[in-house]
Design a protein around this ligand. Structure first.
Ligand code: HEC
Length: 143
């Protein structure tokens, strides 16, 4: 009985890889549901919606914190600057540009946009920390 209990606690702890940024991440989750979930799923099973599935996105090549921060806070700006990765993604996703939801939701307030971006990034990292082992992950084939 006692062993089972201890094991349960350990497994629970392992499932919560980062309590450090949990507060930001919690706010990021709320924001994500509001601003991003219509176009982005968070699991590979669900696959791509209008935009790419974001499971594992913080570990994809070229997606540094700086890149993700710029992209989430100002996707159109990145396209405008002809950022190579941004252009590649745009072409890959049928040239449907990602709407700048934060711009609209935060009334253009740069400080609030950056805070929301930071929270969402913390949330995406937490989501990626739960990424299953590579062999189990399958990216949906593009048709
Ligand atoms: C209207 C649909 C839509 C909304 C809303 C949206 N996105 Fe996107 N997103 C896209 C599309 C489409 C792409 C692919 C690039 C392109 O077409 O511009 C993309 C790309 C991305 C990428 C890059 C994925 C990769 O593989 O590197 C990230 C990260 C991302 N979005 C995060 C977000 C976040 C965070 C939000 C909410 C603040 C959000 N998106 C809201 C449609 C959307």
């Amino acid at each position: 009985m006692k062993t089972t209990f201890a094991l349960g606690i350990t497994l629970f702890a392992l499932n919560m890889p980062s309590t450090v940024f949990s507060q930001d991440a919690a706010q990021g989750e709320v924001m994500f549901k509001q601003a991003c979930a219509t176009c982005h799923s968070l699991t590979t099973e669900q696959g791509s919606l209008l935009g790419p599935a974001l499971h594992g996105v913080t570990k994809r090549p070229g997606r540094t914190d700086a890149w993700l921060t710029q992209w989430i806070s100002d996707p159109q700006g990145m396209i405008g600057k002809k950022d190579p990765l941004a252009i590649k993604l745009l072409n890959q996703y049928n040239k449907v540009p990602m709407t700048n939801m934060l711009q609209a939701l935060k009334g253009g307030d740069k400080t609030k946009i950056m805070k929301a971006t930071k929270d969402i990034l913390a949330f995406l990292k937490l989501n990626d920390a739960k990424t299953p082992k590579k062999g189990k992950m399958k990216r949906k084939k593009k048709g």
